[in-house]
Design a protein around this ligand. Structure first.
Ligand code: FMN
Length: 197
């Protein structure tokens, strides 16, 4: 592994100072395939997810958490699609984030996906503060996950999150390496703030 590429600087180039956990967060595909996330660190990251805000405090998030080497990790990895399958096996942890789409009476929870996103974001920002990296994925077969883990009908596998420590970018196949080092871009504030009085 090349140390030069391991310390690749992907921090956001921002117009204002952000807290380090936000500034330094980015979504790598190069994870250290030998690194493990300690249990206390994993618990801290999950605690951040737990304490996210949600509509009516409904907390409509559930997680399947699997360390590399476990049977559950293999099942999650098997459900990944396309390039995700190529890089995500190096992550220390694969985590399925599920939305609880209905309450106990079968009534729809209209804000549930929004709430799950907030929970996952809290998790990822905490992970960043712990020196971890996270990469969310929508490219997976939700029905395969549902079957593999016997997921109940009111829960919807929504994203898979890879968690781990940064690895060497040049260990990736060429096409993924290019994406790994491509400039990070965002719309301008002028594009996203419609009204600011
Ligand atoms: C809901 C969601 C789904 C995503 N799905 C994938 C995916 O399937 N594969 C992938 O490589 N990246 C995926 N990403 C990562 C985004 O491409 C990435 O966050 C975005 O390009 C911004 O880059 P950054 O996170 O490094 O700032 C996903 C991100 C989110 C939030």
């Amino acid at each position: 592994m090349s140390l030069a590429t391991q310390s690749i600087d992907r921090a956001a180039v921002t117009d204002a100072d952000l807290i380090p956990a936000l500034r330094d967060r980015w979504s790598p595909r190069s994870f250290d395939p030998t690194a493990e996330v300690q249990d206390d660190v994993l618990s801290t990251v999950l605690e951040a997810a737990r304490w996210a805000p949600s509509a009516m405090n409904s907390q409509p998030w559930r997680f399947i958490v699997a360390k590399r080497g476990s049977a559950s990790f293999a099942k999650i990895h098997a459900a990944l699609m396309g390039f995700n399958k190529v890089w995500a096996d190096s992550a220390s942890v694969l985590l399925v984030a599920l939305t609880e789409t209905e309450d106990a009476e079968g009534k729809a929870r209209p804000w549930a996906q929004y709430d799950l996103g907030q929970s996952v974001n809290s998790m990822i920002v905490q992970a960043s503060a712990e020196g971890l990296h996270a990469h969310q994925m929508a490219g997976f077969d939700a029905e395969q996950l549902r079957a593999s883990f016997d997921v109940e009908a009111h829960l919807a596998p929504t994203t898979v999150v890879a968690l781990g420590y940064l690895g060497a970018a040049d260990a990736l196949p060429e096409v993924l390496h290019e994406r790994e080092i491509a400039p990070r871009e965002r719309k301008s504030l002028a594009d996203i703030v419609l009204v600011q009085d």
